[in-house]
Design a protein around this ligand. Structure first.
Ligand SMILES: Cc1ncc(COP(=O)(O)O)c(C=O)c1O
Length: 362
């Protein structure tokens, strides 16, 4: 089966370096918040040109701690997109705040800035744009709205490591950028991991305290925090992959260009807005014949996945928010038509041509 992402192939290419760093860490016996975490944080902060980067246990925790550090909680509202992974809104709900959805721009499938202002109330505290599938959300428009209404912006960069707008990286626009290192992400660990980038150093202390039981020094607790640290082993492995992230993203972009050229014009392909660097965490087409395409690919031994079949406003767990079918037509249409195809740096050109041919024939 052609997988969605081939992590075995990726490991084979970095095996010696990974085993060396893992051995070094195991022998050092420094397993939590050691030098590899610090080195990784410094390198990621420099890469994003931000004041700080703080490793945490997952992308979900990165979002949760960022929302909490910004003092958002019960009685507050946070505007976000219904077309994302569930964790985006879980992080808001954990704090007691209420997620408020705004429909997506059908072109990029990111939150539509033109519809945000209508949803702002006196309770609105923040906007969480998600750079879905690796295409940056319209941060110029979002930052302008946030500035006008004095709202915080927390970027969900789980799928966009390395993406930029005119050279400025996602995760460096808002107060905080939240990254996931889940294994299948563009920069993936060998387990769970996450990180918060901070535009200004001000929030750094709060997040460092929150990730470590509300504690600044041993057994002195300034607040109620969490156990949410990036493991030293994961940081060591991430440092190996981080050296290659730009090359990996370039290979993804080449593969996307090849898909674009090989797929017939009648198939709706992902777009890349002017001035934007898409990092193709997913290469997602849209078609009314999705199920047929999926079946044909499956018969040919090729994986494909529907990210996401149910927009968040229609999820059973979020029924209490009171949304109904028809509330966000663009997100609902996307959920009916999207299909993500295999996409990873090592994907072979001939496989891309083969996949395109199967789809063109449907
Ligand atoms: C858009 C988005 N937000 C948040 C997350 C949560 O990240 P994690 O799985 O590391 O908790 C993910 C991925 O899983 C994601 O795709």
């Amino acid at each position: 089966m052609v997988p969605m992402i081939d992590l075995k192939k990726q490991f084979a290419g970095i095996k010696d370096e990974v085993l060396a760093v893992v051995t070094e860490i195991l022998e050092s016996a420094h397993y939590v918040l050691g030098p590899k975490v610090s080195e990784f944080e410094k390198k990621v902060a420099a890469y994003h040109d931000v004041a700080e980067a703080i490793g945490v246990a997952s992308g979900t925790d990165a979002l949760h701690l960022a929302v909490k550090a910004l003092d958002i909680g019960a009685g507050d509202e946070v505007i976000t997109t219904p077309f994302t992974f569930f964790a985006t809104v879980e992080s808001v709900i954990y704090t007691g705040a209420v997620p408020v959805f705004v429909d997506i721009d059908p072109e990029t499938m990111n939150i539509d800035p033109a519809q945000i202002e209508a949803k702002i109330t006196e309770r609105t505290k923040a906007i969480i744009p998600v750079h879905i599938f690796g295409h940056p959300a319209d941060m110029d428009a979002i930052m302008a709205i946030a500035g006008k209404h004095r709202l915080q912006v927390i970027e969900d960069c789980a799928q966009s490591f390395g993406a930029d707008i005119r050279g400025k990286k996602t995760g460096s626009f808002g107060a905080a950028g939240c990254f996931s290192f889940y294994p299948s992400k563009n920069l993936g660990a060998f387990g769970d991991g996450g990180l918060v980038t901070l535009r200004d150093a001000g929030l750094g202390d709060r997040i460092r305290i929150l990730r470590n039981h509300g504690s600044r020094g041993a057994y002195q607790h300034q607040s109620i925090g969490f156990n949410s640290r990036l493991d030293e082993l994961q940081a060591g492995i991430l440092l190996v992959k981080f050296r290659r992230i730009d090359a990996f993203n370039s290979m993804r972009r080449e593969n996307a260009a090849l898909y674009n050229a090989a797929l017939a014009d009648r198939i709706r392909k992902p777009i890349e807005r002017k001035g934007v660097k898409h990092v193709y965490h997913q290469y997602t087409i849209r078609s009314a014949k999705r199920e047929t395409i999926k079946n044909r690919l499956n018969e040919a031994g090729i994986s494909s996945v529907v990210y996401y079949p149910i927009p968040l406003h229609l999820q059973e767990a979020l029924r209490f928010l009171g949304y109904k079918n028809g509330d966000f037509p663009a997100a609902e249409e996307a959920a009916e038509k999207v299909l993500s195809l295999p996409m990873y740096p090592e994907l072979e050109k001939k496989t891309i041509r083969e996949i395109a041919e199967i789809i063109n024939n449907v």
